[in-house]
Design a protein around this ligand. Structure first.
Ligand code: BG6
Length: 506
């Protein structure tokens, strides 16, 4: 039952966490040590997990339970994002860590997993609840689901759920095919497609900001909003993920999933309740309203970039084509900027500019909402007439919200200057925010899919980017077209300039 205040749903906030086993496929991979286990450890530290909680890691490398525990100790303590590592908590946590080597394509691995799960259920009293987490190569997702189905462990005495890491498909067709395969084994309501951006506190706060306050919503439409800029800049390169990245590219890696979800959160209609179905329906509706470009419109509305080598702060930085695992003539984008439009009454004609890239000058993710200028300037030339009102939602780092407006400069005359009203998470709350993976893992264990994407959303966002992918496959600019450490190719600035806009200098 929804409560009167949609943001105080007891199920979501009391966090009564059922006992369960989390089975991680791809346990020897990067995600497990950098994100999943640190998040689970932290949840244990905060006593959010039940005492009988267990993890079974599976991958091909041969290791004993103890070797796995030893191997994970160091990365867990290293990647704990500003929280302390407690030796006693680790000991308790490690007792619930188990490992099995096995090949995803080998039926024997699932028979062994079934036996292991039965044993763990007895010793740790997990009630037969299992959360399967697919974090292998994406080409193995369907194989793993089929293996679980054939071994009879996709169903059981407790609940069984499947979390699927991104990327969910590499285009619309493959995303649909994957979904069908998963649904042969799991009910759609038990499939949790993860998009870690939706788990970020600052992205969740967009909903609180928009729908918990009365003052912004009247302005939140085409009458007052001039355009929206969404930026997710990274200063790092491809960090040893060259082989994956040269197949994926920035548009697929960041825009199709994370940034379109952020855009949907900014632009969606208010949902009547905070029920999982209701919020996801509104997000999905918005994603379906994104105008799908015709191929002739792609050139005007989408810009691809790839970084070349540069010297930054006295150090030589390699170009993308010089990174490990990347072909010397790789033709994929490491930068992408796109202009989207939403075809509905609220947003008709308002451009949503999205940009993302590797090796940009800094790591920063934000949404800037630019409002229309005052209709008439009573201050004539005395003000800074070029500074628009801006609302900036800062996703990371320095999480917070700023409102920029003009103010009278002290002294004689009527000179205006832009100033800022700021809210900072750190100083306002003074407590650590949970990482996106902590939030999302806990949600999946509790059966709350609000912050997970759904197949219709995944398909709508593939639909929105597919025309661009098609055009880029055949026509690419001369790569590299921006130097590492700069804000992307000039064509990206030109894309905005054609509509009289400019990227915000961050
Ligand atoms: C991942 C992408 O999904 O998100 C990475 O595959 C990217 O390429 C990362 O670096 C960014 O996440 P965050 O949380 O650091 O902004």
């Amino acid at each position: 039952m929804p409560t009167e205040n949609p943001f105080q749903d007891p199920l979501r906030f009391e966090r009564r966490v059922p006992e369960c086993t989390v089975v991680i496929f791809g346990a020897n991979g990067d995600l497990t040590k950098r994100k999943l286990l640190p998040a689970l450890y932290r949840l244990m530290y905060e006593r959010r997990l039940s005492p009988g909680f267990a993890v079974v890691g599976i991958s091909r490398t041969a290791m004993s339970d103890d070797q796995f525990r030893d191997k994970m100790r160091d990365p867990v303590s290293r990647y704990l994002e500003d929280s302390p590592f407690d030796e006693d908590v680790w000991k308790g946590f490690a007792q619930g860590l188990f490992y099995m080597s096995g090949d995803v394509a080998d039926p024997a691995a699932y028979a062994a997993l079934a036996a292991r799960l039965r044993e763990i259920e007895q010793t740790r009293k997990t009630g037969g609840n299992v959360l399967f987490y697919l974090s292998t190569q994406p080409s193995q997702y369907a194989i793993a689901a089929a293996g679980l189905g054939a071994a009879g462990i996709a169903n059981g005495q407790g609940w069984r759920r499947l979390v699927v890491e991104k990327p969910f498909g590499s285009d619309l067709g493959s995303a649909r095919a994957l979904s069908h395969k998963l649904q042969e084994v799991f009910a759609e309501s038990d499939v949790y497609r993860i998009d870690h951006y939706l788990g970020k506190e600052t992205v969740q706060n967009i909903l609180a900001f928009r729908f918990g306050n009365g003052i912004f919503e009247p302005l939140w439409n085409r009458r007052y909003v001039n355009h929206v800029q969404i930026t997710a800049a990274e200063s790092i390169g491809v960090e040893g993920r060259g082989a994956y990245y040269q197949e994926s590219g920035a548009l697929r890696d960041m825009i199709q999933n994370h940034l379109l979800q952020v855009m949907a959160t900014i632009a969606m209609e208010p949902s009547a309740t905070f029920e999982p179905g209701a919020v996801r329906d509104e997000r999905a509706k918005l994603l379906r309203s994104i105008r799908v470009m015709k191929s002739g419109e792609v050139r005007e509305n989408a810009v691809a970039g790839q970084y070349g080598p540069a010297r930054i702060g006295g150090a030589e930085v390699p170009g993308f084509r010089q990174e490990a695992g990347v072909a010397p003539d790789a033709r994929i984008d490491t930068y992408a900027a796109v202009t989207f439009f939403v075809d509905n009454w609220r947003w008709a004609g308002v451009p949503f500019y999205i940009r993302t890239g590797k090796r940009l000058p800094k790591r920063v993710s934000e949404i800037a909402i630019q409002f229309n200028d005052a209709p008439h300037s009573v201050f004539g030339g005395n003000g800074d007439g070029t500074t628009p009102n801006l609302l900036i939602l800062r996703i990371q780092p320095e999480e917070g919200i700023s409102l920029k407006f003009l103010s009278k400069q002290p002294g004689a005359g009527m000179n205006l200057r832009p100033v800022s009203m700021d809210f900072n998470y750190g100083s306002s709350f003074g407590e650590r925010s949970p990482s996106a993976y902590e939030t999302l893992l806990l949600d999946a264990i509790q059966g709350d899919a609000t912050l997970y994407t759904r197949q219709d959303m995944v398909e709508a966002s593939w639909q929105a980017v597919e025309p661009i992918l098609h055009v880029w496959r055949n026509q690419q600019p001369d790569f590299p077209n921006y130097a590492a450490g700069t804000w992307g190719p000039p064509a990206s600035d030109q894309m905005l300039a054609r509509r009289g806009h400019a990227w915000r200098r961050i």
